[in-house]
Every structure is written in structure tokens, then in C-alpha cells.
Design a protein around this ligand. Structure first.
Ligand code: CP3
Length: 360
């Protein structure tokens, strides 16, 4: 957790960072999961010339793609252009993006688990830290930069299953067939991600987000035993890192009471759980991030405004709301709808005076 001190005489803190710390803000800050990516013509243009992995490994290109959405829209934060699988590639895991990650040799044995090396970020993925430094030096409007990693269980799903899947059956059955080996693999991933996230903060990332994209695969008992235990280990490894931590559990409505026990500043909420319910379950010590349905960007403009009003209303007047979608933006989204969304969130939250109220 982060100290809530502000330095006298310093510039006002950016709204995104203030909201993460549940401090009053002039407007509700907004950024969008997957804001750098294929719905943007300028991304597709660059991607037509450079392969995805090459983009992630070339600091000036990764920094450029990170900043593309901030040039177009008045977004309140940037998120580093990279992938949750990038550090695993740095640990020697061979994989392709098709476009989802496909692992050449899925991890299914103790020998493979033992062979996974420790991650030394400066040695194994130095381009990530270099990209962060470039974004910090050049980002429009001085917008804060979010670093990120996959949560251990979500990485486990890709490593064990080998490819994206609706059910991740091979990964889930591995948990039941080999619980001890699963815990060992999750611990290794937890430690690697703690080192990775810390290195990003040291390079200049101003907030760190952990993506538990596959939280919804597990019942509450398995979530607690495997996913929560492992991510707690990552979070424990980040004590004193000094920047806000965000944990996003996609389809995580049934485990929000468990998320409440995680020592992070912000909980990312998907669109299936109203923010008012999330706030009640999480209590007053966490900010919330979310949670417009990505499909809502396909509404008529006046309907989109109504959907935004509902999210702002559900978040309530207390500080500690970062507006976002409930999951990543779809690649066939019209960029003009994003522009309307960003501008309207600012306008409506200023008009309503949300985020300035006393703490809940
Ligand atoms: O703008 C941003 O959010 C930053 C970049 C970012 C990417 N991936 C770029 C990317 C981030 C934060 C991620 C995280 C990520 N990657 C997650 C967690 C977030 C989530 O959506 O739940 C997951 C599960 C992955 C795994 C992954 N990588 C998938 C499923 C895919 C393909 C499908 C897709 O959504 O695009 C990728 C490849 C990938 N990662 C692309 C991008 C822009 C597309 C690659 C291309 O251009 O061909």
C-alpha cells in the first residue's frame, strides 16, 4: 500500500494516480485496457511492417505504440505496450503469437517446472525497462505510465495449456491431478512477476497492474488455493515498491470477497459486477477501476452517454474510481467512439462533481 502524503509545493498529482490512492480528483480519470492495439489505424499501419514480438522488443517502437492512443485521445494514463507472455519469453519459453500466445512445449512435467529459470529482468528483458524510460521522457501531457504483468495463475493457464482456450481444460485438470506441482509452478511465476514488476517501477512505471484474465475459470476454493495464494506472493514481493498496485480479475464477481483481502490499492472490475456491489464487498480501503462493457462502445452516441452515466453513478461520489472498460477494447471498435467516451467521462464527472466527495 502507498503512503498518502503529498509533497508541499509539488505539482498536483495526475488524476489517475490520485484516484488510485483514493484522493479527490478534478475529474474521473480514464484509460482503456488494450488502448494500444489493433482498433487504431496507426497501430495497424506500423504492425503491417513489423512483427508483434519485434514491436515489443524494440524500445522506440514499443514506446511509440504506447503513446499512439494518448496523441489521439485525452487519456489519463498510458499502459506499456508489451504482453503478459513477454517475461516468459525472457525466461526461455518458446512461443508464437497467432495472434494469441501459443507455447511450443507446454509445461506439463516436474522436470519442465524445475528447468524454468529465475527471471532477471535487466538481463532477460532489458528492452522493457528501456521502453519505460522512453515513454516517461516523451509521453503526451506527462500522463502517468502503467507497467503490468500477468497474474501467476493466468500465466499458468497459457504455459500448461499451450494456447488460448475457452475452458483451459488442460490447465484446470493439471491443478487437480498435480496440486503440489501446480503450486510449485505458481510460486516460481509469482516470484518472477514480483521481480519483473519491481524492475518496471524502478525504470519509471508509476503504477503496476496485474492481469488475472482467467479468474473466472475457477471456483472459489480453487481460486483461493491456487490463484489468490500465488498473487499474494507476488504482492508481498512488492512491499515498499512505492507505486499503486492494481489487481484485475476478469469474470471475478464470485471471488471479490477474496480480492478484498489482497494488499493492493485498486481492484479492476469487469462489467458483470456493478461498481456499487464491488465497493461494498471491497470496503473503503480500495479504489475501483472499470467497468463499462466493451460492447457498449457500439451504442449510438446518446446511448453511450447513458451507459457512462450509469457506471459513474454506480461508482458513487467517493474518491477512488478510475474509469475503464470491464475488459480489453475490441479490435473492431470505432476510434471515434473512444474519443466520445473519453471526453464524456471527463465532462460528466466534472458536472456531477464526483470524486471530490468525502471518503466512503
Ligand atoms: O494497450 C495495452 O493494453 C497494452 C498492451 C497489451 C497487450 N497485451 C498487447 C497485445 C497488454 C496489457 C496485454 C495483456 C495481455 N495479453 C493479457 C491480459 C489482458 C486481457 O486481455 O485479459 C492477455 C490475456 C494476453 C494474451 C494475449 N496476447 C492474447 C489473448 C493476444 C491476442 C488477442 C488479442 O486480444 O489481441 C495477445 C497478443 C497481443 N497482445 C496483441 C496486442 C496488441 C495483438 C498482436 C497483434 O498485433 O497481432
Amino acid at each position: 500500500m502507498v503512503a498518502q502524503l503529498s509533497t508541499p509545493g509539488s505539482h498536483p498529482e495526475p488524476a489517475f494516480l490520485a484516484a488510485c490512492r483514493r484522493q479527490p480528483v478534478p475529474h474521473t480519470p480514464i484509460w482503456i485496457m488494450r488502448q494500444a492495439g489493433r482498433y487504431l489505424p496507426e497501430y495497424r499501419e506500423l504492425r503491417s511492417k513489423v512483427d508483434f514480438v519485434q514491436l515489443t522488443r524494440t524500445p522506440d517502437l514499443a514506446a511509440e505504440v504506447t503513446m499512439q492512443p494518448l496523441r489521439r485521445f485525452e487519456l489519463d494514463a498510458a499502459i506499456l505496450f508489451s504482453d503478459i507472455m513477454t517475461p516468459l519469453q525472457g525466461m526461455g519459453v518458446s512461443l508464437d503469437f497467432e495472434p494469441g500466445p501459443v507455447v511450443k512445449d507446454p509445461v506439463r512435467s516436474d522436470a519442465q517446472i524445475d528447468a524454468l529459470p529465475e527471471l532477471v529482468p535487466q538481463r532477460d528483458v532489458p528492452f522493457v525497462m528501456e521502453s519505460i524510460r522512453l515513454v516517461r521522457a516523451n509521453v503526451p501531457r506527462g500522463a502517468p505510465l502503467i507497467g503490468f504483468a500477468g497474474a501467476p495463475f493466468t500465466l499458468f493457464c497459457y504455459l500448461v495449456c499451450g494456447r488460448p482456450s475457452k475452458e483451459f481444460g488442460a490447465a484446470r485438470s493439471f491443478l487437480y491431478a498435480h496440486p503440489g506441482s501446480s503450486e510449485r509452478l505458481l510460486d516460481k511465476l509469482a516470484d518472477a512477476m514480483a521481480a519483473y514488476l519491481r524492475a518496471q517501477a524502478e525504470a519509471g512505471a508509476q503504477a503496476l497492474m496485474i492481469f488475472e484474465s482467467w479468474a473466472g475459470l475457477l471456483g472459489p476454493r480453487e481460486f483461493q488455493r491456487f490463484a489468490l495464494r500465488a498473487v499474494k506472493r507476488t504482492v508481498a514481493g512488492l512491499k515498499d515498491v512505492g507505486v499503486p498496485l492494481i489487481y484485475y480479475a476478469n469474470n471475478g464477481g464470485s471471488v471479490l470477497d477474496q480480492v478484498a483481502t489482497l494488499d493492493v490499492d485498486v481492484a479492476g472490475i469487469d462489467w458483470r459486477t456493478p461498481l456499487s456491489v464491488a465497493r461494498r464487498t471491497l470496503g473503503p480501503d480500495k479504489a475501483v477501476q472499470g467497468n463499462l462493457d466493451p460492447a457498449a462502445l457500439f451504442s449510438a452516441p446518446e446511448d453511450l452517454r447513458r451507459h457512462v452515466d450509469i457506471v459513474l453513478e454506480e461508482a458513487g461520489p467517493a474518491p477512488g474510481h478510475v474509469f475503464n472498460l470491464g475488459h480489453g477494447i475490441w479490435q473492431d471498435t470505432d476510434p471515434d467512439a473512444v474519443a466520445r467516451l473519453v471526453d464524456y467521462v471527463h465532462e460528466a464527472s466534472i458536472r456531477a462533481g464526483v470524486g471530490k466527495g468525502a471518503r466512503a
